[in-house]
Design a protein around this ligand. Structure first.
Ligand code: ZN
Length: 248
């Protein structure tokens, strides 16, 4: 069993006295338009997919007990506000929510927590970084150069919102949620999101960036096989951090 919310209260008490060190993963996403072809919950599906894989990979580990917390599936998503389906919360709300969740777990004696995020809007990432620093928990930072270099060409290019990278991950886990007829017809849209966002101090929305259908990159090239391979890499990155946190 790898889902924290499926445990009973006495089973949580046992975690604290058992031989394996508990490490908890908090998947974070957003409810955000992902092109005309991919689901609003794309980022959370990616976070949850890699957390579940990491927990399963370590299921028989003798020293660590990895559990996945209920996902935090709301984030700061102002850049997509122009499109139907964007459900944004404030940066302060996000920060407070992450802080409260971590504090409650720590009060229970569960100190080893990793926040796993796949929504990279600058205001969202800044709020998460502030929360994890304040809470004294770990953050898997996929935007760190050492991690970025291990991901796909499209991810490295920064032109990757609902493109080949993200759409492939959804095809790997939830193919029924991708409208493949629409996906195949989508032309490439090249937007260097990190550069454009820093030039606008993070204030530009998708339309201003040239993403008039709420995506960039090459969604037509997405495949489930690429998604599985990316999930393997994301899981490697997470398992490395879990071992660090678990043994730290
Ligand atoms: Zn996304």
């Amino acid at each position: 069993m790898t889902s924290f919310a499926e445990l009973t209260s006495p089973q949580v008490a046992d975690l604290l006295t058992g031989p394996r060190t508990p490490v908890l993963l908090l998947p974070v996403g957003a409810v955000e338009p992902h092109g005309p072809h991919a689901p609003l919950g794309t980022d959370e599906l990616i976070s949850a997919g890699m957390c579940t894989r990491a927990a399963e990979r370590l299921a028989t580990d003798r020293e660590l007990r990895v559990l996945v917390l209920p996902a935090l599936n709301y984030g700061v998503t102002d850049m997509g506000a122009h499109f139907p389906g964007a459900v944004s919360i404030g940066a302060d709300t996000l920060r407070a929510l992450v802080l409260d969740i971590c504090r409650a777990l720590k009060d229970d004696g569960l100190h080893r927590i990793i926040v796993v995020n796949n929504h990279f809007e600058p205001a969202h990432v800044t709020a998460l970084r502030a929360a994890v620093t304040e809470a004294g928990v770990a953050y898997l930072d996929l935007l760190r150069r050492a991690n970025v270099t291990r991901l796909t060409d499209e991810f490295r290019s920064g032109s990757c919102h609902a493109g080949q990278y993200e759409t492939s991950l959804i095809l790997a886990d939830r193919p029924g949620l991708v409208d493949r007829d629409v996906m195949r017809e989508l032309p490439d849209v090249h937007v260097d999101m990190p550069a454009a966002m820093s030039a606008s101090a993070g204030r530009a929305d998708f339309v201003e960036l040239g993403m008039d259908r709420a995506y960039c990159g090459s969604p037509a090239g997405a495949t489930a096989a690429e998604g599985e391979s990316t999930f393997d890499t994301l899981t490697d990155l997470l398992v490395e951090l879990i071992r660090e946190v678990g043994h730290g």
